[in-house]
Design a protein around this ligand. Structure first.
Ligand code: GKR
Ligand code: MG
Length: 429
């Protein structure tokens, strides 16, 4: 069996996305993703997926070239390749985007997000070559199905008039009744039993009312609210007081570890984060100050599936919970999330996934939720198959774009409806 990498293909694509609202603005009608294919001398092809904005592509392209000639099983070596690429492209180092929805975006995090796409593709290829599912390569599943939560968003019925977009059948949701209606659709279509509402969009009292309405409509079901750091410490504490009896956890109410620690000390509800603990370096301060009780891992920016397992082990050591964050993603990433989640013993909360919002995919068969769960695939590799015709179509969309959609920009999309909109740089409420 020859496991030498002979070719690596990168295919940037644009995927349809509904007008989902968050504190930065609204999702654009199409969002970029990058599909990675790693081919071995033995003719096995592994697939991976990661963020597809230009800054990721600029790192992924030289990375791909350096992979040729290496062994597909040399997963630790991927981090060395990432370092080489970063040194070659030193201008990317130090690039920082403060206050993004995924926390501070350092050069290191960009690098790790690129590594994750290649790591997943290598694991898929290795699994296919050995006839083993990815979860077996990660030490074996400890559960047969992984539970996901319904990821509710305030949403316009359509993208603004005049904006080219695909239609969706979710309808609008801009008040408590709309949120409950959306939650019902999620339960009918996918059987989810826990719910997360993306907040930070409307004044906190309106979002409190929406969560209360969910609690009445779905008594006893786990609920979460995530304003992506849009609130001050005082506002966070007020929301915690008013919703403490129905929340499983409050996610990133305030921005930064210090503010989260202040909230956590008095909130009386657990705090979760995908914003203030996004790298290993951020763990010490957050855990020693008790700023967070649940870390939401995203295997993309944590640097892959094996790093996600390491994060879970650190969380276990400190008695901190772990679950999974999601950004707009397709089935390859969902399969990767499901494999790694199946191997984490201390996973006690349903994982997030945007997948139901994505009507398009690059797989021959979509992954399906049953009772809010995805059965862990036991086929070799990730257990998914690339639909090349679909991939080519979505790539054509990327090629034909004038550049305005190749980098996700929720604030720019919001300005179409609200000229002058700027993403707030301080807590909005
Ligand atoms: O898709 O609008 C969105 C979310 O707000 C996403 O960007 C966040 O990264 O889902 C994420 C979160 O939990 O913070
Ligand atoms: Mg979040």
């Amino acid at each position: 069996m020859n496991l030498t990498i002979t070719e690596v293909r990168l295919t940037p694509i644009l995927v349809a996305d509904p007008p989902l609202l968050n504190t930065q603005g609204v999702h654009q009608p199409y969002t970029p993703r990058l599909i990675v294919e790693v081919e071995t001398a033995g003719g096995v092809i592994g697939v991976g997926e990661t963020y597809g904005d230009t800054k990721y592509l600029e790192l992924a392209r030289p990375f791909a070239q350096k992979l040729v000639g290496r062994q597909v099983g040399d997963l630790n070596g991927l981090f060395g390749v990432a370092d080489e690429v970063a040194v070659d492209r030193s201008r990317v180092q130090g690039q920082v985007d403060v206050g993004g929805l995924r926390g501070v975006q350092t050069a290191d995090k960009l690098r790790l997000s690129v590594v994750s796409g290649f790591e997943v593709a290598c694991l898929d290829a290795l699994g296919k070559a050995l006839g083993l599912p990815v979860h077996a390569l990660l030490g074996g599943k400890v559960r047969d199905a992984v539970e996901y939560s319904a990821y509710l968003f305030y949403k316009w019925a359509e993208h603004p008039a005049g904006v080219a977009a695909e239609k969706d059948d979710w309808g609008g949701a801009v008040d408590p009744a709309g949120v409950v209606e959306q939650a019902r659709k999620f339960t009918e279509r996918y059987g989810f039993t826990s719910f997360k509402l993306k907040g930070g969009v409307f004044p906190p009292d309106e979002e409190i009312a929406a969560v209360r309405a969910l609690a009445e409509a779905f008594p006893g079901h786990p609920l979460r609210l995530d304003p992506n750091g849009a609130w001050s410490v005082e506002t966070s504490l007020k929301v915690a007081r008013e919703l403490g009896d129905v929340l499983e956890y409050l996610e990133d109410p305030a921005l930064g570890t210090a503010a989260m620690a202040e909230v956590a000390a008095r909130a009386g509800v657990p705090l979760a984060t995908n914003m203030c603990v996004t790298t290993f370096a951020e763990i010490k301060e957050a855990f020693t100050s008790d700023a967070v009780q649940v870390v939401l891992s995203d295997h993309h920016y944590w640097g892959g599936l094996r790093n996600t397992q390491q994060l879970a082990a650190v969380c276990r050591t400190f008695g901190v919970g772990v679950s999974m964050h999601s950004n707009t993603h397709l089935g390859i990433s969902l399969a990767a999330m499901t494999h790694v989640a199946s191997t984490v013993p201390n996973l006690h909360h349903a994982c997030d996934s945007h997948y139901p919002w994505q009507s398009e995919d690059v797989l021959t068969e979509r992954l399906t939720f049953e009772g809010g769960r995805i059965t862990v695939p036991d086929a070799p590799g990730l257990g998914v198959e690339l639909d090349r015709a679909r991939l080519a179509e979505l790539h054509r969309r990327w090629l034909e774009d004038d550049g305005s959609l190749r980098d996700r920009d929720d604030a720019a999309a919001m300005r179409v409806a609200e000229p002058g909109w700027v993403t707030p740089s301080v807590p909005r409420w």
